[in-house]
Write a protein that binds this ligand. Structure first.
Ligand code: BGC
Length: 444
């Protein structure tokens, strides 16, 4: 299997996110983001790691972009740090930050790479978080100001856009479970954040459509095949609910279908009280592509003691199935099935795999990084994607997560997902075996 098996127009790339690679977190005029403040709170990030320096991409972007080219990719997915443009979330613009993204984008174009820009990859300006962040009604005006600015500023050079990265990911982890920034908990916070995020997703897309000539606009959803632990009615019912939350909750409003409720009283109440008919049309947009990001399937069991969702995850480790260093099940067939699930909506025109990858305990042998497990992972997942594509699903591209080991949110620097190893003390980059495997795969 080589890249040419996927057709000559297929877009191959690597994905990154500002807060995970840039560093320079509190200099050059950048305002603090919620991840800067969250990481300063004790116990929130493993080993007390902070995104302050990350991969120092801010100073090393030329070398890193050259590396993307060396590996043979065509697309460089990056995100803009909102608080580097608007240190306070809106109003005063930080010219140095604006110039930085021009430089990065220009560097991509110089290297014949397509820059794909994510507007929001989780690093909300702290100033907005103080006013309630995604739970506050005012967030939509602030987001629209930011989206409009980026569209006008970069739209001549950037044609590929992703509005929001994993709405379910950050609203559930950050506003319901409290394990990601800003660390809020509770169902009410989640629902408020979800509604404003679903609105922002479509608002941002509409702004890009109006401002950017020939824009190709997508948004990126996390997705996981949900498998009931047993055939019992309760396990099947709870698996369906989990599927609604994890796979359908943000997708369906974007497709114009409103929030799904699945006869679940909790969601029915939410749909009635929070989401009126006005919101239903506002949350919809005819996206050029639907980004899907898959890392694991979930096996779900009913558990009456878990509040609200009553769903309990039966971990891959306890089921003794192959898993990554994050404990995430490795299952390429499940990747194939979730692609098919997303493709069943007639409103989904194209699918792009905007993230997929795995963390492993890479080994350093004779100065080389041996990560055969990652190579096997990609081989299996790409074969599964090819199968779906050959069955007629319009898959337009695949972006590997991620270029280099980076700041993996609450896991800090320990979880390594890169095709390139990074030594965080010296910032020395070393291409891993998997990076060379990609180079070969993309060469034919
Ligand atoms: C996120 C990335 C993250 C990756 C691995 C995705 O949910 O978009 O930022 O690093 O998963 O956890």
């Amino acid at each position: 299997m080589y890249s040419s098996d996927f057709g000559k127009d297929f877009l191959w790339g690597v994905a990154t996110a500002a807060a995970q690679i840039e560093g320079a977190a509190s200099v050059y005029g950048k305002g603090p983001s919620i991840w800067d403040t969250f990481s300063k709170k004790p116990g929130k990030i493993k080993k007390g790691h902070k995104p302050d320096e990350a991969c120092d991409f801010y100073h090393r972007y030329e070398q890193d972009i050259a590396m993307v080219k060396t590996l043979g990719f065509k697309v460089f997915r990056m995100s803009i740090a909102w608080s580097r443009i608007f240190p306070l979330g809106g109003g005063t613009v930080n010219a140095e930050g604006v110039a930085f993204y021009h430089e990065v984008i220009d560097e991509c174009l110089k290297n014949d790479l397509i820059p794909m820009v994510t507007l929001y990859h989780w690093d909300l300006p702290e100033a907005l978080s103080k006013e309630g962040g995604w739970t506050a009604y005012g967030i939509n005006n602030a987001f629209n100001e930011y989206a409009l600015f980026c569209a006008k500023e970069y739209g001549d050079k950037v044609k590929q856009w992703i509005v929001i990265n994993e709405p379910f990911g950050f609203t559930s982890l950050g506003y319901m479970l409290g394990v990601h920034a800003p660390g809020l908990t509770g169902v009410t916070n989640f629902f408020e954040a979800a509604l404003h995020t679903a609105i922002a997703q479509a608002d941002g897309a509409k702004i890009l459509r109006a401002e950017v000539n020939q824009a190709v606009i997508g948004t990126a959803f996390s997705c996981s095949e949900i498998v009931p632990y047993s055939h019992s009615d309760q396990d099947v019912m709870i698996a369906k609910r989990t599927d609604i939350l994890m796979n359908r909750f943000f997708l369906e409003p974007a497709l114009g279908l409103g929030f799904p409720t699945g006869n679940w009283d909790v969601l029915e109440k939410f749909a009635i009280s929070y989401s009126t008919w006005r919101h239903q049309s506002r949350m919809a947009f005819d996206f050029d592509f639907i980004g899907i990001q898959n890392y694991f399937p979930l096996v779900i069991k009913y558990n009456a003691f878990i509040p609200v969702v009553q769903a309990w995850e039966v971990k891959a480790k306890s089921r003794k199935v192959p898993h990554t260093a994050m404990g995430w099940e490795i299952n390429a067939d499940s990747f194939y099935r979730i692609i098919k699930q997303f493709a069943t909506y007639p409103q989904v025109k194209n699918i792009m795999i905007t993230e997929n990858g795995a963390a492993f305990h890479d080994k350093l042998i004779d100065g080389k990084i041996e990560d055969g497990e990652r190579v096997d992972y990609f081989k299996a997942y790409l074969a599964a994607m090819l199968k779906a594509k050959n069955e007629g699903i319009n898959i337009t591209g695949y972006l590997a997560w991620t270029l280099m080991d980076n700041f993996e949110w609450a896991e800090g620097y320990q979880a390594r997902f890169g095709l390139v190893h990074n030594d965080f003390k010296t910032q020395q980059r070393t291409i891993k075996q998997s990076g060379y495997w990609w180079q070969e795969f993309l060469s034919k």
